[in-house]
Design a protein around this ligand. Structure first.
Ligand SMILES: Nc1ncnc2c1ncn2[C@@H]1O[C@H](COP(=O)(O)OP(=O)(O)OP(=O)(O)O)[C@@H](O)[C@H]1O
Ligand SMILES: [Mg+2]
Length: 246
């Protein structure tokens, strides 16, 4: 059975349709790349799955159970962790406290203080951040803040991780590192991942499958290899053939 099944998902803002009948599924243990140019509806799709937004229509099933319309805290307790494109950590708290707070709201219901610290340290280790209780967000660059987003999501002990990465702010080495980190999280922990990105390059090296959105609709589903050869995918990324440089 698919861990996540999205069917006919639609989100309208007034007269504007940001997500337009999107359907895809994610198998347990898979890394799916959700691609598409700026404004194509990737983050809105995540927001509808994870309950930050209520879908206008459509179905979202987690392990066969309908979750469309549930609130963000409810989807989190059921095992959906997510990172946000724009990191907003608690600046006054240590890295460990940021992760521990997330652990308290995560899967499995109420946990004690010791267990929250344990989950927080484990998540920081996985995200390659210091577990030192004195380490703060001060001096974390774009890559560090993305790692903290990841640590906070991991501390909730998700079955499904929705990573709104958008590696735009990172250099090539940092992008490769971020991609390898997601792969390790899947390989070592068996966490199923949907990775949102608008840059195709590094994503294609680690994902099992790709879904491409354009103007809120799915225009391609398939292997990363086939995505690179698909005419419609090339068009949304590079423009029409006649407009491309020779
Ligand atoms: N709350 C909102 N109200 C109105 N329009 C919105 C809202 N949220 C998103 N949109 C619009 O919906 C469209 C899809 O936005 P979304 O953020 O999902 O794109 P995206 O694929 O994540 O883009 P990016 O790659 O830039 O992150 C955009 O045109 C955006 O302006
Ligand atoms: Mg986005």
């Amino acid at each position: 059975m698919a861990l996540l099944e999205v069917a006919g998902l639609t989100k309208r803002f007034g007269g504007f349709t940001a997500v337009d009948g999107v359907s895809f599924s994610v198998a347990e243990g898979e890394i799916l790349g959700l691609l598409g140019p700026n404004g194509s509806g990737k983050s809105t799709t995540f927001n509808c799955i994870a309950g930050m937004l209520r879908p206008t229509s459509g179905s979202v099933k987690l392990a066969g159970e309908e979750i469309a319309g549930l609130t963000a805290d409810a989807t989190c307790r059921r095992g959906i962790g997510r990172t946000f494109q724009i990191p907003r950590p608690f600046r006054g708290l240590s890295l460990l406290e940021n992760a521990a707070l997330a652990a308290h709201y995560g899967a499995g219901g109420h946990i004690g203080r010791e267990e929250a610290w344990r989950r927080a340290r484990d998540a920081l280790r996985l995200a390659q951040l210091p577990e030192d209780p004195d380490a703060t967000t001060q001096g974390l660059g774009a890559a560090g803040l993305k790692k903290l987003e990841l640590a906070r999501a991991l501390a909730t002990q998700p079955k499904l991780l929705l990573a709104d990465e958008s590696l735009g702010g990172l250099d090539a080495g940092e992008m490769r590192q971020a991609a390898q980190m997601l792969k390790r999280i899947r390989d070592e922990r068996g966490i199923t991942i949907v990775w949102v990105e608008h840059i195709m390059g590094v994503l294609l090296s680690v994902v099992d499958r790709v879904v491409v959105l354009d103007h809120g609709a799915v225009i391609f589903q398939g292997t990363p290899q086939d995505a690179q050869e698909d005419a419609k995918v090339a068009e949304v990324y590079l423009g029409p053939p006649e407009a491309r440089a020779a």
